[in-house]
Design a protein around this ligand. Structure first.
Ligand SMILES: Cc1cc2nc3c(=O)[nH]c(=O)nc-3n(C[C@H](O)[C@H](O)[C@H](O)COP(=O)(O)OP(=O)(O)OC[C@H]3O[C@@H](n4cnc5c(N)ncnc54)[C@H](O)[C@@H]3O)c2cc1C
Length: 225
């Protein structure tokens, strides 16, 4: 992981989760990694592998989406940057062309009074999540929401942003109801999976609870900053 001149961070695709947390002091990086698999998985699994694999229940694709990261793809034709919002196309399907490799992921800087949280529910610690949420917020000096991004994982064919919920809190005081936010964030979902781990309705309810928890934590962190 290297710091970019604009204050953002670039993570090479081959960076393992273990290397990532060994080389950063950023809480938001550590928090997501600690939820992934177990020590063995974190020693071998790479950030680029996870993002290129695009499992809709994986943590890092959702973090990349919430942070408005950009993917750098390389091929014999050259290099291009793909915003996270355009990168995840469908179940395990990305915008990468057959001749392209993911070279790195660029995370933009979030300055000021910021808070970040990832919350998920998994049947056992380290399992892929049944449902999870990432919330990033930035507060103004008088505790209003300057910026808020929310992404959901395990709740569709790709990680999903929650635009209606993000709009609802914009400019609002930081005491916006977290119950209402959880409801809003999951109200627009259209393809929540139903499987052996839970029905679509159950997953959506778990997702709403994860948004609520992540929001409360992100806001508390931002208020302390
Ligand atoms: C027991 C277990 C538990 C796990 N739990 C979790 C979890 O809780 N959360 C989570 O997020 N993940 C979890 N994982 C997945 C793990 O975190 C890895 O990130 C994931 O398996 C990718 O592994 P890898 O980095 O070795 O990539 P690979 O397995 O090598 O690659 C995955 C896919 O992406 C392609 N690919 C890899 N790198 C690139 C690249 N640079 N450019 C283009 N395509 C590329 C490969 O061709 C392949 O199709 C778990 C895995 C295991 C085995």
């Amino acid at each position: 992981m290297r710091e970019l001149p604009d204050g953002g961070y670039e993570v090479g695709a081959l960076t393992t989760y273990a290397d990532l947390i060994a080389n950063t002091t950023l809480d938001w990086v550590r928090e997501a990694v600690e939820l992934i698999g177990d020590v063995q998985v974190r020693n071998r699994g790479t950030v680029g592998g996870s993002i290129a694999h695009a499992d809709p229940a994986a943590e890092y694709p959702a973090v990349a989406l919430a942070m408005d990261a950009e993917m750098e793809a390389i091929s014999a034709r050259g290099t291009r940057r793909i915003p996270a919002a355009a990168f995840f196309r469908d179940f395990w399907t990305t915008d990468l062309e057959p001749d392209e490799l993911l070279a790195s992921v660029r995370f933009p800087v979030w300055n000021g009074r910021c808070g970040f949280s990832v919350r998920e529910f998994a049947r056992r610690h380290g399992d892929f999540a049944v449902a999870g949420a990432v919330v990033a917020v930035e507060l103004t000096g008088d505790d209003r929401i300057e910026r808020c991004t929310i992404s959901l994982f395990g709740l569709g064919s790709t990680p999903r942003r929650a635009p209606e919920a993000e709009r609802a809190v914009q400019g609002h005081k930081a005491d916006f109801s977290s119950d209402e936010l959880g409801r809003l964030a999951t109200s627009e979902l259209t393809d929540v999976p139903s499987d052996v781990h839970g029905s679509a309705r159950y997953r959506a309810r778990v997702g709403a609870a994860m948004v609520k928890r992540a929001w409360d934590e992100a806001i508390a962190e931002a208020c302390r900053a």
